[in-house]
Design a protein. Structure first.
Length: 610
């Protein structure tokens, strides 16, 4: 929730500006002109460049001393009020202006955070430049500036700056990690790889183990698995005992030659049997390749070589469960429960993690019992969970099982009887109850419960979003919109709230321009979300832009072939004269979910038999 997350105590800042000691020297401020494409709040006509006011005194080794003026106090309070009201652009612009005037690095950092909150990379970059000017020795400021430059696609000078950073560092591994952290912000991973290549070749990191592993990681991020494998192999050649290098050879090599990668890992595992992480990954890769027995054998060998490694029992049980070997999984879990129970009994309360381990085991045993058609036994296993960190969620799971059995009232009583330890548990309980009531078709009761919970937890975006969705199902659209706008005010990055409101408007053919803007904002936050892509396609279809609509709908359906998306894509095909293709898509949708309301209504509207 950005407004809460970035809330600034204005009184604290005012007091801080009187000049708290700073460990780094402060360089003279270099004024920076605002960039035209930065998000702008309404401003007065352009004024001549400002000169730093005389009330600011720069002090070597300390933060600047600022004598508070009425104008400065007003600006600080105005920025705080703007944040509270959700006007983040105005707050960011004002905060950056104050940072430029006072040369205070804390305000510059604050401006960066505000711009980042609304996704304004250019504004954040401008704030980072002021931050670096105010605190040139700050590693955090320089790293932030470089990362934002990369995110903005401003690569000129980036190679040189990164080479300087690497050469200044006494720890090559740490320097490479920082470089990767900066380059991963770039929109083009292939370009990030090219830049890292230049940085490595031009720095003291060339031909080092950390450099090869960094190149391997960035190549993998760029989808260049052959190059990633080559760099990982070069790292392993430099240090044959390196488990980190061996992990990369296995992980990246599977995409190039799975058999060879697994063989290499097996050789390493036999030479270095204590390489636990590598051997666990090896077991996982074997399972992924369909050789579950070989994976279990590898884990069994690990257990024999490290009998005190009790967690291996649980990992083996998880793998057996994943392969539907329920009896084997149950046997391993029972052994694990016995071991952890002994640990718990032999040590003082709180001195061991056995309680949490037992909670994990009982949770999986409950899942197995449900798969075996024994819900009562599942409830029994969940009832044995007494770890404080898992007890509440276990009781909620018990209630959910009772609801699945049709014992809804009993489930509600179970939840009502629980005592939440904090607001997080209280929220989970409310949402679980809402889900149970919704699935039981008791929407009015769910709404009543959520409205009461919203009074107790007024800043919960989850409760208000859930309320909005239920109200939409009741066709109470004005109330739905009120709650969705409240969610957006609480959390500017809540993509699904923008999407839900935009889709609702588009589906009803209302305010299509506004609907598109809302959905486009959601898409900006989550560009690969299939539901948001579906909404984009739907609003474009409503606007008559069929070609663009089809692109979005096909992309959404490829990512998530669901009945509702099939309904939308089929309707577009039908109205554009491609009725055979529409019937084909609708048939696919019916196979996925023949009861989907949107698909059923669409077929009925066009007179198509299911």
């Amino acid at each position: 929730m950005w407004p809460n997350r970035i809330k600034l105590a204005s009184t604290a800042l005012i007091l801080a500006l009187t000049g708290v000691a700073c460990a780094q020297p402060v360089a003279p401020l270099q004024p920076i002109a605002p960039q035209k494409n930065r998000a702008q709040a309404p401003t007065e006509p352009a004024q001549p460049p400002k000169v730093r006011p005389a009330v600011v005194t720069l002090r070597a080794g300390e933060l600047p001393h600022v004598r508070m003026t009425a104008d400065l106090l007003y600006k600080i309070l105005a920025a705080e009020i703007a944040v509270q009201r959700g006007a983040i652009a105005a707050a960011a612009n004002t905060t950056l202006e104050i940072a430029q005037e006072t040369a205070d690095p804390r305000l510059a950092k604050r401006a960066v955070e505000l711009y980042a909150a609304m996704g304004d990379v250019t504004g954040a970059l401008e704030g980072a430049q002021v931050w670096v000017n105010s605190e040139p020795q700050s590693q955090e400021a320089r790293s932030t500036q470089l990362a934002l430059s990369a995110a903005a696609g401003q690569t000129e000078g980036l190679v040189t700056a990164l080479i300087v950073e690497v050469n200044k560092s006494q720890d090559t591994t740490e320097a490479m990690a920082r470089a990767i952290g900066i380059l991963k912000r770039m929109p083009d991973p292939a370009q990030a790889l090219q830049i890292l290549e230049q940085v490595v070749s031009g720095s003291q990191a060339k031909s080092t183990l950390p450099a090869h592993m960094a190149l391997a990681d960035v190549a993998k991020a760029a989808g260049n698995y052959p190059r990633a494998l080559k760099e990982a192999q070069a790292a392993m050649a430099l240090k044959p005992s390196s488990e980190d290098a061996a992990l990369r050879v296995l992980d990246y090599g599977v995409a190039v030659d799975a058999d060879q990668a697994i063989k290499t890992a097996q050789v390493f595992a036999r030479a270095y049997p204590k390489s636990r992480q590598l051997r666990l990954m090896l077991a996982g890769k074997l399972a992924d390749q369909g050789d579950v027995q070989a994976a279990l054998t590898e884990l069994s060998l690990m257990s024999e070589q490290s009998p005190e490694d009790f967690d291996l029992l649980f990992i083996r049980a998880q793998l057996a469960y994943r392969d539907n070997r329920l009896q084997q999984a149950q046997r391993l879990l029972e052994e694990y429960v016995s071991v952890q129970s002994q640990r718990q009994a032999s040590m003082a309360s709180g001195a061991t993690d056995a309680g949490a381990a037992l909670a994990d085991a009982f949770t999986l045993l409950a899942r197995i019992a449900q798969d075996q058609g024994s819900p009562d036994r599942a409830v029994e296993f969940l009832g044995r969970i007494d770890d404080p960190g898992a007890r509440y969620s276990a009781r909620l799971r018990q209630a959910s099982i009772r609801a699945e059995q049709g014992r809804v009232d009993e489930a509600i009583r179970m939840i009502d009887a629980l005592q939440a330890a904090d607001e997080d548990e209280q929220l989970i309980g409310v949402l679980t109850m809402s889900q149970i009531l919704r699935q039981a078709k008791r929407n009015e009761q769910a709404i009543e419960r959520l409205e009461k919970a919203n009074q107790a937890l007024p800043d919960s975006v989850e409760i208000q979003y859930e309320l909005a969705m239920l109200l939409e199902q009741q066709s109470r659209f004005d109330e739905m919109e009120t709650y969705l706008r409240a969610v957006i005010a609480l959390d500017l990055g809540y993509a699904h709230a923008y999407n839900a409101l935009g889709y609702s408007l588009a589906d009803r053919g209302l305010r299509l321009g506004e609907a598109y803007e809302l959905i486009a904002r959601a898409h900006q936050i989550l560009p690969e979300d299939p539901y948001i892509l579906d909404s984009l396609g739907w609003v474009k279809f409503r606007q008559g832009e069929n070609e663009m609509a089809e692109q979005y709908l096909r992309q959404a359906y490829a990512l998530k072939p669901e009945a509702e998306i099939a309904a939308h894509l089929g309707e577009l095909l039908w109205v554009t004269g491609r009725r055979a293709a529409a019937r084909e898509i609708w048939a696919e949708g019916l196979k996925i979910d023949a009861t989907n309301a949107s698909l059923v209504k669409t077929l009925k509207r066009f007179g198509v038999e299911p």
